[in-house]
Design a protein around this ligand. Sequence first.
Ligand code: NAG
Ligand code: NAG
Ligand code: NAG
Ligand code: NAG
Ligand code: NAG
Ligand code: NAG
Length: 629
Amino acid sequence: MSMKFQLLFVFLFLHKFAAADLNSDRQALLAFAAAVPHARKLNWNQTVPVCTSWVGITCNSNGTNVIKLRLPGIGLTGSIPANTIGKLGALRVLSLRSNNLIGNLPSDIPSIPSLRCLFLQHNNFSSVFPASFSPKLNVLDLSDNSFTGTIPSTIQNLSRLITLNLENNFISGTIPYLNLPSLKVLNFSNNNLTGSIPDSLKRFPSSSFIGNPLLCGSPLNPCSAVSSSSSPSSSPSYFPNPSSVSHSTSKHKLSAGSIIAIAIGGSAILFLLLVVIFVRCLKKRDSGGGGVLKRKIAGSGKGQKPNDFGSGVQEAEKNKLFFFEGCAYNFDLEDLLKASAEVLGKGSYGTTYKASLEEGTQVVVKRLKEVAVGKKEFEQQMEILDKVGRHPNVVPLRAYYFSKDEKLLVYNYKPAGSLFSLLHGNRSAGRTPLDWDARMKIALDTARGIAHIHTEGGGKCTHGNIKSSNVLLTNELEGCVSDVGLASLMTAPLTMSRIAGYRAPEVIETRKVTQKSDVYSFGVLLLELLTAKAPLQPSGHDEVVDLPRWVRSVVREEWTAEVFDVELLRFQSFQEEMVQMLQIALACVARTPDMRPNMEETVRMIEDIRQSDSKNRTSSEAESNIQTP
Ligand SMILES: *[C@@H]1O[C@H](CO)[C@@H](O)[C@H](O)[C@H]1NC(C)=O
Ligand SMILES: *[C@@H]1O[C@H](CO)[C@@H](O)[C@H](O)[C@H]1NC(C)=O
Ligand SMILES: *[C@@H]1O[C@H](CO)[C@@H](O)[C@H](O)[C@H]1NC(C)=O
Ligand SMILES: *[C@@H]1O[C@H](CO)[C@@H](O)[C@H](O)[C@H]1NC(C)=O
Ligand SMILES: *[C@@H]1O[C@H](CO)[C@@H](O)[C@H](O)[C@H]1NC(C)=O
Ligand SMILES: *[C@@H]1O[C@H](CO)[C@@H](O)[C@H](O)[C@H]1NC(C)=O
């Protein structure tokens, strides 16, 4: 039984009574099974209960209706008669993908009024494009079939549509006006569509439209005056030149002259760009004061005179930047203060700068505020942090400086930024979505980093401030936990509002972070990875999203694509893994601390996802197929 079903069973208490409704659903299913031959046996046996024992069936919580029917890849052949599946009046999810279904798609199926997800890809349906749909549809996937006809304008009525995949069919005609704000995934590729692409769909990449030789307009090539009148008999040279389509001939029509012109233009632009970069570098170098760390630090302190910082450092102490063993850096405090700096962020514990030293080294300098402990204790804590930092998934502390007026920490610089910026920054077109493998890896890296923090230091160490902006990434997208172990140095435990979205419920009362509250915060971080919803809005907004509560409410209601990040929708073959990850996340955000797994267990559970999955994939592809939409 798939994890997905287990997940549902967690939430759906299955009552025994079956009302008349379920009887009619059962009859509809049996009629379907009788009419459509299937290579693998469905154990749809009259004598066992439909809701708990029939393959591919999910019922609603009170067991009165079938709400999901998932039979992907089980060798269904032939065509589906009307009045079978179409009679499942409460159906929300139908997946018959990757079968050998042919012929007509009965019109009563897409128009089931409660239907939200319809997955029919990878069959060979050859009917004309259906005209009437459930107004609640979120996902319509008819790709890789032989559908003909035109895209009906009724699609415009589907205001909840998120995914519309029609690629690899024989759909013709023009694309109707479609203004669907919730639409996130669209693919019309490899059909026979003509005319211009409506303005409202320009936001999709050209790969959503390729393989339609008579289609034009942004993001494909512009429509010429003649081609927009879409007369198929006009000379082919008027037709657009969809960049990635092979049958374009106009590529060869570029004259030698225009090629040279393009080349010259291109190198001119490149040259200009280089000049601009060069000038900017020069400016940065001789900007003297403006960007220098010393000034930044001095200027940022409230009520401090600009010179306070420099004078606060005694002459004798000037080189007392303490480096940890094995650190390859060789600069002193003076070098560091002279480095050009930019503010990376103002966090819970102070301001963070990126400092670029003269010899090209880049480091992160964290300037702590409100340090409560004395020198001795500070140094002891630094020793612990040095030990805790010696793990590939923890950002290591390289050096520190302590004086009465200044406390600075020096870390390695991670150029790829934080998980927060990767997940939530620049989600507009053109960005590379964070794929599922990368997210799995970041989740595991982060879990390992936190588990290391928890075991190192005699099981007493906590992180206390786990959030996506504290997970930094290398260029290879390895996740590293930062901001480790600073909580114990501070006067106030933590500015509570700063961690609001990640804060375990018990921390609100006790104001104490524990390892189990770290687990909770990590669970929220997992939910963030899965849903791409930020538990904390970027600074300036007070709004806090209670992500665990939101996810529970969606999942309790039903399991659909709705809970997952739309950027993950294209990785449908991994939905099993996503659901397993969701389960782990929900276990971590259990309200009572004792119910949460510890970090080591969490690491093992995440590791198991991939292992169990690769076993499934190799041993019984079809078996694992069954439960995925
Ligand atoms: C249905 O299940 C019962 C008990 O599991 C079994 O005895 C019977 O043969 C099954 N009927 C069919 C048609 O498979
Ligand atoms: C079962 O639950 C559905 C909603 O999920 C509701 O519409 C229906 O009335 C319920 N039926 C019974 C018999 O409680
Ligand atoms: C799909 O069906 C059409 C006829 O409707 C047939 O010509 C074609 O070969 C079929 N394709 C596949 C892959 O079975
Ligand atoms: C759907 O769209 C068609 C035409 O585009 C319109 O006639 C019809 O009233 C719409 N239906 C709903 C339910 O909005
Ligand atoms: C594509 O459309 C053109 C004109 O609209 C038509 O002549 C042609 O037969 C169509 N091709 C296919 C494969 O449907
Ligand atoms: C659309 O489908 C085509 C053909 O399967 C594929 O090459 C293309 O990458 C897809 N585009 C998007 C945006 O998914």
